[in-house]
Ligand binder design. Structure first.
Ligand SMILES: Nc1ncnc2c1ncn2[C@@H]1O[C@H](COP(=O)(O)OP(=O)(O)OP(=O)(O)O)[C@@H](O)[C@H]1O
Ligand SMILES: [Mg+2]
Length: 695
């Protein structure tokens, strides 16, 4: 009860006076937060996060369940910074993923996560999350990366001079001034260092001063001084009314002192949760005092890291014992976990969590972006165009290959003419151009996969929506695809001397453009379900191989086996429509020499109907329009797939989770200690982003 009063009093204290921002909050935060809640005064828009009995179970090979987190309880309050610490593999990232609703598809969550006393979806901008991996656009410089983020997320009304100030300020805060104009870098372009990338990832998230900020290993790869200054910046953010939770490895004494709370994990269980400054006493009382001159955080980890017990035993015999004396870290950990569970620290944490659950605060909406859809799309088009232009592998390399292959086609089929043998050569040339040449567009897939990773990160942090991404990616690619189509098409057309006349040439180039765009769109769809570039390339190549087979060149359309191959595959295959159109474009209106000069010339229409079995009743322009419709259909499919993954998949997995938990219950396996009863008691099964939430 006392705790409850405390929480309520705290909220009251946090409320601003009318028209004025909260005490101690920077003017920027006031502006940003006020903007979103659209009230006359800001109110308490800070984030109070509590989690109770969180258990994460992952299905591993053979359908076996593995408990990754077990009964984890804790909280994070505004103006505080919480450190999640533990040995490698102890579940730090999993805890942050679970809290932010981003568990991978094979992990299931039970327990309660409350934001301001409510069940809230934390992905898509309600919370910001700097993940362990840095997914940044490699061709942009540090300043460009942060500036584009500013355009994408800050309110449009804010003048650019102010945004620029903020960008420069953030660059300074993260110590990135010296490398501000260096590109991020990729396989062919050496860019900024790993530690600098880490800081850029933090910079793009702290730009919006998020209310709730998760950081997974923000200081890994940083030297001790940089680590200190980065954490110092995070602490300043926290002091400005935010709630910061970060997992950390090896913090120095100074860095450790900057944290308010400590959540110490070992093997997915809580070893200690409470004031960071009191952890030292907890270990001392438990019989594991920190030796003089040892960094306390090093000592905590040494006590609870059982991965190296065997090695430790060997070392002990060589150089005497190291605390914990005579006990292995596994034993020490068990003792500490038991002690914590019966300690006042654990009781206080539970009480605090209970009290926080009783007080319902403001529903926090997504704070990912305050820019309009148009502004987001415009910025994304610019950013994506810049990246496509600079990334050698995206279009430039492909352009070169297209020109080379076109010259090869032109040289081999030089001035085909209208001889008897030209009939077959013309058919083969068209089939090659609309089969293999368009197929080469899969080359851009790896670059697109990189784009998708950046999109996933920004999408989950609410920077912009799926529609803005799909539209901008389509628009920014148009100039490159037009350039490739015109150049490659013109080289082929003029060297091979296909059907004379501008409209025929235009049809050929448009057909090439549409086909290449369809391939790109198809690969975008592939990327949504296989975000790995090797697998994606193989799947994309496989799909196109099948489409090519039914295009009408390798087997005449009427000879294709009717089930599956003709209906529906040949009609789904864009090669089929492209080739049918191009055949008509090339042969209609021409006449060819016969086998001997005495025989009459063969009209193109005869070739189409009797040799290529193409229906000439349908206009070639209809074939072309089908191709363009396919571009639209694939782009819509791309949009729908991402939406479906966000909306539908978690629901399906929620069901799978329920089944798995019940199976585990029957077997009495790893999920024994999971809150199975809550499945029936709880009226709602709720999904959270990628993970499944039950509680
Ligand atoms: N989805 C999953 N499927 C299978 N195992 C998982 C899954 N998620 C986590 N694990 C396992 O749970 C343990 C904790 O993983 P987690 O990534 O949370 O550790 P961590 O504390 O962040 O480690 P590090 O410090 O190395 O980043 C690991 O042993 C990991 O293999
Ligand atoms: Mg981790």
């Amino acid at each position: 009860m006392e705790g409850g009063m405390r929480s309520k009093a705290e909220i009251e204290a946090n409320k601003p006076e009318r028209g004025i921002g909260r005490q101690g909050m920077s003017p920027l935060s006031q502006a940003l937060w006020k903007e979103k809640v659209e009230t006359e005064f800001i109110g308490d828009v800070s984030a109070r996060l509590s989690w109770k009995d969180l258990t994460v179970t992952a299905t591993v090979g053979g359908g076996e369940a593995k408990a990754v987190l077990t009964g984890v309880t804790g909280y994070a309050k505004p103006r505080t910074m919480t450190a999640v610490m533990g040995p490698s593999g102890s579940g730090k990232s999993t805890l942050l993923d679970a809290l932010s609703g981003r568990l991978p598809s094979n992990a299931f969550l039970s327990g309660t996560v409350l934001l301001n006393g409510r069940n809230t979806k934390l992905s898509f901008g309600t919370a910001a999350y700097v993940t362990q991996e840095d997914n940044l656009i490699s061709t942009l410089t540090v300043r460009e990366t942060i500036s584009y983020t500013a355009h994408l997320r800050l309110p449009e009304k804010m003048p650019w001079s102010e945004k620029k100030c903020l960008v420069d300020g953030t660059i300074d805060e993260m110590g990135l001034r010296d490398c501000a104009d260096t590109p991020i870098g990729n396989w062919y372009l050496r860019g900024i260092s790993t530690g600098e990338k880490r800081r850029v990832s933090i910079a793009v998230e702290i730009l919006m001063r998020p209310r709730l900020l998760f950081l997974d290993e923000p200081i890994s790869g940083l030297d001790s001084a940089s680590a200190f200054f980065v954490v110092q910046t995070l602490r300043n953010l926290a002091r400005d009314g935010r709630t910061v939770i970060a997992s950390v490895h090896q913090p120095s004494n100074e860095v450790f002192d900057l944290f308010d709370h400590l959540c110490l994990l070992s093997g997915g269980r809580i070893v200690y949760f409470g004031q960071a400054s009191e952890a030292y006493d907890f270990f001392t009382h438990a019989g594991f005092p920190c030796p003089p001159l040892r960094n306390p955080s090093d000592h905590f980890l040494r006590c609870i890291n059982s991965d190296f017990d065997k090695v430790g035993a060997t070392l002990k015999s060589e150089r005497g014992v190291d605390p914990p004396e005579e006990v292995t870290a596994a034993e020490a950990t068990l003792r500490l976990i038991h002690l914590y569970n019966t300690s006042p620290y654990s009781r206080a944490t539970r009480e605090e969590v209970e009290e926080m659950a009783k007080v319902e605060g403001l529903v926090l909406e997504s704070m990912g972006s305050q820019a309009s859809f148009l502004m987001q799309t415009r910025t994304l088009v610019r950013r994506s165009f810049t990246n496509m232009w600079r990334d050698f592998g995206y279009y430039r390399m492909r352009f070169i290959i297209y020109v080379i292959v076109s010259i090869c086609i032109g040289t081999i089929n030089w001035n085909l003419g209208t001889s008897y043998t030209a009939i077959q050569s013309r058919g083969a040339c068209s089939a090659f151009v609309f089969g293999f040449v368009t197929f080469m567009s899969v080359g851009g897939f790896p670059s697109f996969v990189e784009d998708m990773k950046v999109f996933q990160r920004e999408r989950l942090n609410g920077h912009y929506g799926v529609a803005a991404f799909a539209i901008s990616n389509t628009l920014s690619a148009v100039p490159f695809l037009i350039l490739i189509s015109i150049t490659a098409g013109s080289i082929c057309y003029s060297m091979v001397r296909l059907h004379p006349g501008f409209s025929h040439y235009l049809f050929f180039v448009l057909g090439l453009y549409a086909s290449i765009t369809v391939v790109e769109s198809l690969m975008m769809v592939v990327a949504t379900f296989v975000p790995n570039f090797l697998m994606g390339l193989m799947i994309g190549a496989g799909i196109q191989g099948i489409f090519m087979l039914v295009s009408g060149h390798y087997r005449l359309p009427q000879d294709l086996p009717k089930p599956v191959w003709k209906y529906p595959l040949s009609y789904i295959s864009f090669h089929f429509w492209a080739l049918q159109g191009q055949y008509k474009n090339d042969f209609e209106g021409l006449s060819f020499e016969n086998q001997s000069p005495e025989l009459p010339r063969i009209p193109g229409e005869y070739v189409l109907q009797k040799l290529l079995r193409v229906s000439i009743q349908r206009s070639k322009w209809i074939d072309l329009s089908v191709l363009f419709s396919m571009v639209i259909i694939y782009r819509l499919l791309f949009f729908a797939m991402i939406k479906a993954r966000e909306e539908v998949t978690p629901r399906l997995r929620r069901r799978a989770a329920r089944r798995m938990l019940l199976r585990q219950e029957r077997r009495g396996g790893a999920a024994d200690d999971m809150a199975l009863g809550s499945l029936d008691r709880s009226p709602s099964l709720r999904m959270q982003g990628e993970g499944v939430y039950i509680g």
